[in-house]
Write a new protein. Structure first.
Length: 406
């Protein structure tokens, strides 16, 4: 049976995302640096530098993605991924560490806007009804990559501590070769001037619902992503082995797969409620980890992952639907940039607190911060519900985007 071009494009995009999102490195990078002789403070500062670079580069690279084409940027993401993780595998000193983490920050900044925009636009080739499901499928493939790689990360690490990073680099190269077969999605491109960019961004956020979605996304991303710096310290405090840590992350990823795919089937009218529920689950999981840390790896962190994946996939879908293609990656990058400013401060602070007072105490403090964040999300969520996305209001009049090269 021959697949229709839209389905073939979504399937290939899901496969390349799977290869790019393998996370052999994720449960082990901190352990890897500690075994190389770096202390926890140095590793946390490197993470802060990474965040600072990603914040500074977010908007310029989002603008780049809106102008040079999604496919070109996606190929660049593959190349930067290969270079970054190969660089981590051969780290020898602090200068090398910070240089690679700076490169990683540039990769992160480019990926946050360009990859999500490309995934959304390719999924829309399935039409208005199938687009959300296709987007959820692509996001689910990314989470599946995390599950598979996290299960095996500890085994690879025990063979050779650098092997997980080399494997990540090699798979990024394979993803780049496969990405050559992805379609070009044509869209309007703004004139490359600062005035035109400002004009387009103002137009993109003219709707109260869009402004509300941006505010909610910034607040949620800041809180839900910052706390992930505590996962590895918790594993260390509990004395988990690298293999056990890998299984902990695999369970977290398994929950996220189900949440990401399910969002594609959720009625659009329920999306603000899903985001609010996700924020509440994140706060509750932080508080529970503080109170009962021993259950963190098998219960509370998966609950946190459920809240994160459900709410963030929903917010990415909402933002993509509410913005024009000419500025879609830029708007997504603005969200990442605004949240990243807080994340760049919060993650090192949480790491230092975990180092001095223990990871459960850091989870408890972040639960208190989360109460404030979720409360601040309430009114914007109501505005999102009142002002539905234009893509949904006019879905019956829209056609699927034209695909070149399929």
């Amino acid at each position: 049976m021959t697949l229709r071009p839209g389905r073939r494009a979504v399937g290939l995009m899901a496969l390349t995302q799977f290869l790019l999102e393998v996370q052999f490195w994720f449960p082990l990078w901190l352990v890897f640096l500690l075994e190389l002789g770096f202390d926890l403070t140095t590793a946390v500062i490197a993470d802060g530098v990474f965040r600072l670079v990603s914040v500074v580069a977010e908007i310029p690279l989002g603008m780049l993605a809106d102008r040079v084409g999604r496919k070109n940027c996606y190929l660049l993401i593959s190349g930067l991924s290969a270079a970054t993780f190969a660089g981590i595998a051969v780290i020898e000193d602090s200068w090398h560490l910070f240089a690679v983490w700076i490169l990683w920050g540039l990769l992160w900044a480019l990926n946050s806007g360009a990859a999500t925009s490309y995934a959304f636009e390719i999924s829309q080739t399935l039409g208005p009804r199938g687009g959300a499901r296709g987007f959820g499928l692509i996001k689910g493939a990314a989470q599946l990559a995390a599950l598979v790689s996290l299960i095996s990360a500890g085994w690879f690490y025990e063979l050779d501590p650098a092997l997980p990073f080399w494997l990540t680099a090699v798979l990024a190269v394979v993803a780049g070769l496969l990405a050559l077969g992805l379609p070009d999605i044509p869209h309007e491109v703004s004139r490359p001037t600062l005035r035109s960019v400002r004009h387009d961004i103002r137009g993109a956020v003219a709707s109260p619902g869009t402004r509300a979605a941006i505010v909610v996304a910034v607040l949620f991303l800041f809180h839900a992503w910052s706390v992930r710096i505590l996962f590895q310290p918790l594993a260390l405090d509990l004395g988990l082995t690298p293999t056990e840590t890998g299984w902990m992350y695999a369970l977290v990823a398994a929950v996220a797969i189900a949440a990401a795919v399910a969002i594609g089937w959720a009625p659009p009218a329920h999306r603000p409620g899903v985001v609010g529920l996700g924020g509440g689950l994140t706060v509750a999981a932080c508080a529970a980890t503080w109170a009962m840390p021993a259950f963190g790896p098998v219960l509370w962190l998966p609950v946190l992952s459920l809240g994160w994946a459900a709410a963030w996939t929903t917010l990415e879908l909402e933002l993509a639907e509410r913005t024009r293609p000419a500025v879609r990656a830029t708007v997504l990058s603005i969200v990442s940039c605004a949240a990243g400013i807080g994340i760049a401060v919060a993650r090192p602070a949480l790491g230092i607190i975990a180092d001095s007072a223990g990871s459960p105490a850091a989870f408890g403090l972040w639960a208190l911060a989360g109460v404030v964040v979720v409360a601040a999300m309430a009114i914007p969520l109501l505005r999102m519900r009142e002002h539905s996305a234009p893509a949904r209001r006019h879905s019956s009049a829209k056609t699927a985007p034209r695909v070149l090269g399929t």
